[in-house]
Design a protein around this ligand. Structure first.
Ligand code: NAD
Length: 340
C-alpha cells in the first residue's frame, strides 16, 4: 500500500483525498489544514486524520476540532505527499519534503521547474516513473493535453490554435469576479496555457488565447488542430468515443451547455458533481481535410484528480501506465463514450 498525505485540503486536495480512499493500493495518512473552517469540520466527520501547522494548533483546539498531529508528523508517515496548497505555496514546501526524503506531487499553480517532470497521464506517464517530484499540470492544460494526445493517435499533430474561455472562479469562491464582464486573461498572446502544454509536448507548435467569463461551472476550449495527413470526422469521433476520460455530449441528448453537463453529473450522483472526464460537444467536431475543429468543456475542480492518482503510482515506481489508468478509472467510475 502506498501511504499518501495531502497537504492543503481545498478544492483539489479534498477531491484527491477522496480518490485516494477509493484506491485498492493506497492509504490516506491524513490531510492538512491551516484554518478550522467548514472543510476541517467535514473532514473530521468523515474520519479523516487532520494535521495542522504548529501556528494553528491553538485555533483548532479552540474550535473543538481534534487533530492527529502537526504537518511534519503527517509527512513523516507518508511515502508520497500530494501538495495541493495555493499557487506558489507548494514551491515553499519543496524544501520540507526534500529534507524529509519524501516524494511529492505539485499542482499546476506551481512553476514547471518545481518538479522533475510535468505530467498528463495519457501523454507521458512513463516519464514520471520513479521521479521524486512531479507536477500535475493545471485543469486547462490537462484538458488540452488529454485532447491533443488523443488526436495524435488519429494523425500526428502539426499545429494547434486554441481559444480558452475560463471560468471566473470555483463555485465556493465568494470574493472573485468578474460578474458582468469578459476579460482577456491574459490580453497578451499566447496565453501561458500554450507554454504549459510545451512542458509536456515539447516541440508542438501551439498558440492559445484566453478570456475569463462570469461563470463558475466549467471552462470551454475551442480548438483548431492541424494534423499531418487528411482525416475524416468519423476517425476523430471514433478515437474520442473510445478513449477513457473523454465523453461525448451528443446533440440528440440536448446537452448543449456547461450548465446541462453539470446537471448530468448531478443526475449521475457523482460526488461533488464532479466530472473527471473531458466533455466534447459532438456536434462541434468537424474536419476540413487535415484540420480538425472541436469544442469541449473542462470541469476545473475535478479533471486533475485522476491525474494525481496516476502520478502517485508513477513516482512510487509503478511502471505500467495503462494499468494505473485502468485502476484509477475503475475505482472512480470514470467512463468513456457518451455522457448520456
Ligand atoms: P484552494 O484555495 O481551494 O485550496 C488550498 C488549500 O490549501 C486551502 O485549504 C488552504 O487553507 C490550504 N493552505 C493555504 N496555505 C497553506 C499552507 N501554508 N500549508 C498548508 N495548507 C495551506 O486551492 P485549489 O483550487 O485547491 O488549488 C490548489 C492547487 O491546485 C493550485 O496550484 C491550483 O492552481 C491547482 N489547481 C486548481 C484548480 C481549480 O480549479 N481550483 C484546478 C487545477 C489545479
Amino acid at each position: 500500500m502506498i501511504k499518501v498525505a495531502v497537504n492543503g485540503y481545498g478544492t483539489i486536495g479534498k477531491r484527491v483525498a477522496s480518490a485516494i480512499l477509493a484506491q485498492p493500493d493506497m492509504t490516506l495518512v491524513g490531510v492538512s489544514k491551516t484554518s478550522p473552517n467548514y472543510e476541517a469540520y467535514q473532514a473530521q466527520k468523515m474520519g479523516i486524520n487532520l494535521y495542522v501547522t504548529k501556528e494553528s494548533l491553538k485555533e483548532f483546539e479552540e474550535a473543538g476540532i481534534k487533530v492527529k498531529g502537526v504537518l511534519e508528523d503527517m509527512i513523516k508517515e507518508a511515502d508520497v505527499v500530494v501538495d495541493a496548497t495555493p499557487n506558489g505555496v507548494g514551491a515553499q514546501y519543496k524544501q520540507v519534503y526534500s529534507s524529509m526524503g519524501k516524494r511529492a506531487l505539485f499542482q499546476g499553480g506551481e512553476k514547471a521547474n518545481v518538479a522533475d517532470v510535468s505530467f498528463s497521464a495519457l501523454c507521458n506517464y512513463d516519464e514520471a516513473v520513479d521521479k521524486r517530484y512531479v507536477r500535475v499540470v493545471s485543469c486547462n492544460t490537462t484538458g488540452l493535453l488529454r485532447t491533443l494526445c488523443t488526436l495524435n493517435r488519429v494523425s500526428k499533430i502539426a499545429k494547434v490554435r486554441g481559444t480558452i474561455v475560463r471560468r471566473a472562479a470555483d463555485p465556493k469562491e465568494v470574493k472573485k469576479g468578474p460578474i458582468n464582464s469578459l476579460v482577456p486573461d491574459p490580453a497578451s498572446i499566447p496565453s501561458h496555457h500554450a507554454k504549459d502544454v510545451n512542458t509536456v509536448l515539447k516541440d508542438l507548435d501551439i498558440v492559445t488565447m484566453a478570456v475569463v467569463a462570469p461563470t463558475t461551472l466549467m471552462h470551454v476550449h475551442l480548438l483548431d488542430v492541424t494534423v499531418s495527413s487528411p482525416v475524416t470526422k468519423e476517425d476523430v469521433l471514433s478515437v474520442l468515443s473510445s478513449t477513457p476520460r473523454i465523453l461525448l455530449a451528443s446533440g440528440k441528448s440536448k446537452v448543449s451547455s456547461t450548465a446541462e453537463i453539470v446537471e448530468v453529473a448531478r443526475d449521475m450522483g457523482r460526488p461533488r458533481n464532479d466530472l473527471y472526464e473531458l466533455v466534447v460537444f459532438e456536434d462541434s467536431v468537424s474536419v476540413r481535410v487535415n484540420e480538425v475543429f472541436l469544442m469541449y468543456a473542462v470541469h476545473q475542480e475535478s479533471i486533475v484528480v485522476p491525474e494525481n492518482v496516476d502520478a502517485i503510482r508513477a513516482v512510487s515506481g509503478f511502471a505500467d501506465g495503462r494499468k494505473s489508468i485502468e485502476m484509477t478509472n475503475a475505482s472512480m467510475g470514470i467512463g468513456k463514450g457518451y455522457l448520456v
